[in-house]
Ligand binder design. Structure first.
Ligand code: NMX
Ligand code: MLT
Length: 435
């Protein structure tokens, strides 16, 4: 049986000549023009990043290594007796593009079990922070604290060829990834569960052990597997992936890079929107004071939000122009497992109304829901009602994608990222203003 590292090494050898040929023979081929609105407006649609890990079509949504979400769930080996695949097998798939055998999945499951314990100093760092610190700050700090473990830095300082940069990077990401659910569960139990912790269960895979350490019973293990896979990757331009890539492009190691990417995820326009959705919904219910929610009442509350100059959380997207298939996938899960749950019914009612309200307002290019509009209700149903923790879950999932990407960045020798900026006067001159 070939290991993940051996398969990856072979894939990298096969891939490198493609990048070299493109650069050498087709480097001047144009991919797009850049307009003033793109320069001012957050580089929307500018095609200047490369990844083979996932691709986001505005209408179809995400494909991981060429597979849609249902195709991905279908193709990967499931955990025995469970509906969803082991996250460890998905990691193999993201890294290599190959569907692993059950034996290959089992090998990563065992490797991650051995690596998922936390050094005492990480626990000390977390415990030193005031308990009202946001869990994303704690999560990012714990990752950063482990930077001293980086094998990439050690090998770089010893002097290493560019051609093998990916190897210690792969070692770093393989050491870091299994620890993330443990950090997340530690933060959760410390902050919200009276600081009472549950020891690791070595008989369980990542999803199973995460649910166990959180103290949330079955089937939350399968919910965790689904959640982490769904949130893993969304091509390279999203803020958390792009930040991780940018920081890694300076030859910063995986710990620095992921910690930075997690900080980007913590913004309310990005991952934190999942917390905002629940907070918006609960405030709405509170205002109703026991009154039954209706479409009219929801419409009024959505307009109040827009009129006060705020965004409707969980709706809109920088690339997508239809309902996010990650939303659809989680909605399908709810229809199967919690169809009559009042909070799910309310979230579904908002789905009936919000796109129309946003269309009537006429500003948002995409009035449809994104992943964050549907994820919180599932967590709430399974007892995780501390919504400021939700983005940490997103972060654990997102790490799968961004850590895969920075491994490939090193393998293909992607250089320091450094786009060019212009001054406002230069834009005015280009546009012929005041001539
Ligand atoms: N509610 C109100 N206004 C919106 C919304 C929304 N949900 N979505 C877009 N707009 C506004 C946007 O603020 C902008 O207004 P202005 O011209 O005054 O600056 C205008 O519509 C045009 O924006 P778009 O080009 O449609 O969207 P953009 O690509 O700039 O931003 C988001 C994308 C995701 C930041 C935006 O849709 C948004 O703020 N959504 C709500 C927050 C959210 O759900 N974020 C999570 C995204 C997914 N994730 O997990 O990261
Ligand atoms: C993501 O998952 O990163 C979000 O949907 C944001 C994006 O893709 O821009």
């Amino acid at each position: 049986m070939t290991t993940l590292k051996e398969t990856l090494a072979q894939k990298i050898d096969e891939h490198r000549p493609r990048t070299v040929k493109l650069l050498k023979e087709h480097g001047d081929t144009k991919l797009c023009d850049v307009t003033i609105s793109q320069a001012i407006g957050g580089a929307r649609g500018v095609r200047c990043l490369v990844t083979d890990v996932s691709y986001l079509d505005p209408f179809e949504g995400i494909r991981f290594r060429g597979k849609t979400i249902p195709e991905t769930f279908e193709a990967l080996p499931s955990v025995p007796g469970q509906e969803f695949p082991a996250v460890e097998g998905f990691w193999y798939f993201l890294m290599t593009g190959d569907i692993p055998t059950e034996a290959q999945v089992a090998e990563i499951v065992e490797e991650w079990k051995a690596k998922r314990g936390l050094p005492q100093y990480v626990i000390d760092v977390l415990r030193a922070m005031p308990r009202d610190t946001h869990p994303m700050t704690m999560f990012s700090s714990a990752i950063l604290a482990m930077q001293r473990e980086s094998q990439f830095v050690k090998r770089y300082n010893e002097g290493m060829s560019k051609m093998v940069y990916w190897e210690p990077m792969f070692e770093d990401v393989s050491n870091l990834m299994p620890k993330l659910p443990t950090i997340a569960a530690y933060i959760y139990r410390m902050k919200y569960k009276e600081d009472v912790h549950i020891p690791d269960d070595q008989s369980l895979d990542m999803g199973g052990n995460f649910a166990h350490m959180m103290g949330i019973p079955v089937p939350y293990d399968d919910v965790a597997r689904m959640y982490f896979i769904l949130h893993s990757d969304h091509e390279s331009g999203n803020a958390s992936a792009h930040t991780t890539h940018l920081v890694a492009s300076t030859l910063s190691d995986a710990y620095y890079s992921l910690s930075a990417g997690i900080n980007a995820l913590a913004g309310p326009l990005h991952g934190l929107a999942n917390q905002e959705v629940l907070s918006w919904t609960m405030k709405f219910m509170e205002k109703l004071g026991g009154q039954e929610p209706t479409e009219e009442l929801i419409k009024g509350a959505l307009w109040d939000t827009l009129k006060s100059g705020q965004v409707i959380p969980g709706y809109g997207h920088a690339v997508l122009r239809k309902t996010d298939p990650r939303y659809a996938s989680q909605r399908e899960f709810c229809l199967k497992n919690l169809p009559d749950y009042p909070l799910f019914k309310l979230i579904s009612m908002i789905y009936q109304v919000a796109p129309g309200v946003l269309q009537e307002q006429g500003k948002a290019k995409n009035p449809w829901p994104n992943v964050d509009a549907q994820s919180g209700v599932i967590q709430w149903y399974y007892g995780l009602t501390d919504w400021d923790f939700y983005t940490v879950l997103f972060g654990v999932g997102r790490a799968l994608g961004v850590l895969t990407n920075i491994t490939w960045d090193r393998a293909l020798g992607y250089p320091l990222e450094r786009p060019k900026s212009l001054t406002t006067a230069m834009l005015e001159e280009a546009a012929g203003v005041n001539k």
